[in-house]
Structures are given as structure tokens and as C-alpha cells.
Design a protein around this ligand. Structure first.
Ligand code: ADP
Ligand code: MG
Length: 298
């Protein structure tokens, strides 16, 4: 066993160059570590797959990060390689901070962070991809001293990203369908059910993220943990039924709250519509409203 609890690593130096220092997080397929680059002596974030069979997903993530550069809103890809046991890894810019689910944020902070996520999503959509996993734990904000520098927020984790259209063998392009893992609280109805996913699917994820930051709770009370997180294991459970049926039939009610500008409440209710055609039609539309709100006094 390595120094990282139950994470099996044959040694703690990866790719003959990166010394693992501590785990930063882990998901179904990946493990993320703070590591030290032994050549430059700088801290980096290193993402490794749990099993070799997930390697192609990580390489896809690396390719997307490379294509998104030099966008401030995403982490820079620094290197990729293969661990001695054959598992691929990628090395990315490390953000000395924390995910936004663990932060107290003002409305202005939330607007600033949302506009940064929009910049990342706008570029991703122009390139022809969807992120499909926009949620608070996938947005990290640098902390300097005790101060959060929200202007430096980054959208991370392109593990579930996919092309909006796939080329079929008959030369036709086919839109994106299919169930995914992920966290149900932030997934659009069409993603929960594996139906046609578009830019509006990411707009929903962003809306659910903004909602949970503004109101400090998920978009819809879920009753129990299994219902909320069934999608984390990616398989149907007997709990799915009631939760998904509600998400497919009951529009999300954005609370009327005097501290939240009315235009923002209205934007959120549009971003969270069940029918994706009733949501803002592109990230540019969301950006326009957010820009107006950020510039309005008070
Ligand atoms: N570049 C980074 N800098 C700092 N922390 C990071 C970075 N990348 C990931 N993390 C941390 O690791 C966690 C998991 O990373 P993520 O890429 O979301 O992997 P997963 O696919 O396992 O969810 C994140 O929620 C965040 O806390
Ligand atoms: Mg993640």
C-alpha cells in the first residue's frame, strides 16, 4: 500500500518526474493528487486513472484541455504520460484553493464565477463539445492568504465531456444521446434520461450550480441520499423512479428572495426549464444577462 491510504500505487513517483504529495480528490474513474515536479520543483496537479481501461477518457480530457488553451477559465495542461504500471496520467496547473461548494460567496462573487464558467463553456461549445458535469465541485477558486480570489476561478474536470455530434459510418452526423454518471442534482432532465443533449444541457448545469450557491441547497429536495446520488454509480436503482419523475414533471421553483436581483431569479428559472428549448438558446444569451447584472449598481 502506498502513502495514499487505500490507493494502490507501486511507488510514489509517477512518470519518473512527479512526486505525489497528497490526494486532492477522487471520482469514479480518476484520482487527483498534488504533486511536485522534480525537474522544475513546482507544485502541479496530477490526474491518474484508477484502471487502465479508463485511459482513453483521460487522453480525451488532455486533448480538450490542449484545445481550450490559452483560456484563463480552465487549467493549463502541462504534460501527459504513462505510469510504470501502464496507467496514463495528465499533469495540469495546480490551483492553490478549493472548490466553490466549500465557500461562502456573495452575489457578486457568484456572478463573477458564473461569467468565468460561461467563458469556458462558450469556447467549449464553439469547439463542438459539451462539458456535461458543471457543478460546484468542478469549479476551483484560488485562495491567497485567507482571501478567495474569485476572479481566478477555473472550470475543471472534462471527464464527461463529449462531442455534440458524432460522425456515423454512413457519413451522417448524429446528435449526442446517452446516460452518464455525474451528480443528479446538477444534471439536466435530458441527461438524467439519456435523451438528446445540447448546449442547453450545460446551461442547465450552470443554472443548477448558480442556484445551489445562491440558495445554499440543491434545486430540488431529494429526500434521501440514494435518490440524490444514484447517478454517481451510473446505474439505475429502485430509487431513481420517483426522483427522476419529479425532475421530468415539476418545474424548478426559484425562491423569491429580496437579496437576489429579480433578473437573476428570472434567468435561473429559464436556465432550469425542463424543456431544453425553453432555456436560453446559447451561453452568449446567459453571458448577456449576467453582464448586465454585474454592471448594475447595488
Ligand atoms: N488543477 C487543480 N487544482 C486544484 N485542485 C484540483 C485540480 N484538479 C482537481 N482538483 C481537485 O480534485 C477534485 C477532483 O478532480 P476532478 O478533475 O473533478 O476529478 P474527478 O473526475 O475525479 O471528479 C476536484 O473537485 C478538486 O477538489
Ligand atoms: Mg470532478
Amino acid at each position: 500500500m502506498s502513502a495514499f491510504g487505500d490507493v494502490p500505487l507501486p511507488d510514489d513517483i509517477v512518470g519518473s518526474r512527479y512526486k505525489l504529495e497528497r490526494p486532492l480528490g477522487s471520482g469514479g474513474r480518476g484520482l487527483v493528487f498534488l504533486a511536485r515536479d522534480l525537474v522544475t520543483e513546482s507544485p502541479v496537479a496530477l490526474k491518474l486513472v484508477r484502471e487502465r481501461r479508463y485511459g482513453h477518457r483521460l487522453l480525451f480530457e488532455a486533448q480538450l484541455l490542449a484545445r481550450l488553451a490559452p483560456l484563463e477559465a480552465v487549467c493549463r495542461l502541462l504534460d501527459c504520460g504513462e505510469h510504470s504500471d501502464g496507467r496514463p496520467f495528465i499533469v495540469i496547473e495546480w490551483i492553490d484553493g478549493k472548490p466553490i461548494d466549500r465557500m461562502a460567496l456573495t452575489i457578486n462573487d457568484i456572478l463573477t464565477i458564473s461569467m468565468i464558467i460561461c467563458r469556458a463553456l462558450a469556447k467549449l461549445h464553439i469547439l463542438g463539445y459539451l462539458h456535461r458535469d458543471v457543478k460546484p465541485t468542478n469549479v476551483v477558486v484560488p485562495i491567497e492568504g485567507s482571501e478567495a480570489r474569485v476572479a481566478g476561478a477555473k472550470l475543471i474536470d472534462f471527464d464527461l465531456a463529449r462531442p455534440m455530434f458524432e460522425m456515423c459510418s454512413d457519413g451522417q452526423s448524429k446528435p449526442l444521446f446517452g446516460r452518464t454518471g455525474g451528480t443528479a442534482d446538477y444534471m439536466a432532465p435530458e441527461q438524467l434520461t439519456g435523451r438528446h443533449q445540447t448546449a442547453a444541457t450545460d446551461i442547465y448545469g450552470l443554472g443548477a450550480t448558480m442556484f445551489s450557491l445562491l440558495y445554499q441547497r440543491p434545486i430540488q429536495p431529494t429526500g434521501n441520499v440514494e435518490q440524490a446520488h444514484f447517478a454517481d454509480v451510473g446505474l439505475p436503482t429502485p430509487f431513481i423512479g420517483a426522483y427522476v419523475v419529479r425532475r421530468l414533471t415539476e418545474e424548478i421553483v426559484v425562491p423569491v428572495d429580496e437579496s437576489v436581483p429579480r433578473e437573476l431569479q428570472f434567468l435561473l428559472s429559464r436556465m432550469l426549464r425542463i424543456d431544453s428549448r425553453e432555456r436560453p438558446s446559447s451561453i452568449a444569451d446567459v453571458q448577456e444577462v449576467l453582464g448586465g447584472l454585474a454592471n448594475s449598481p447595488g
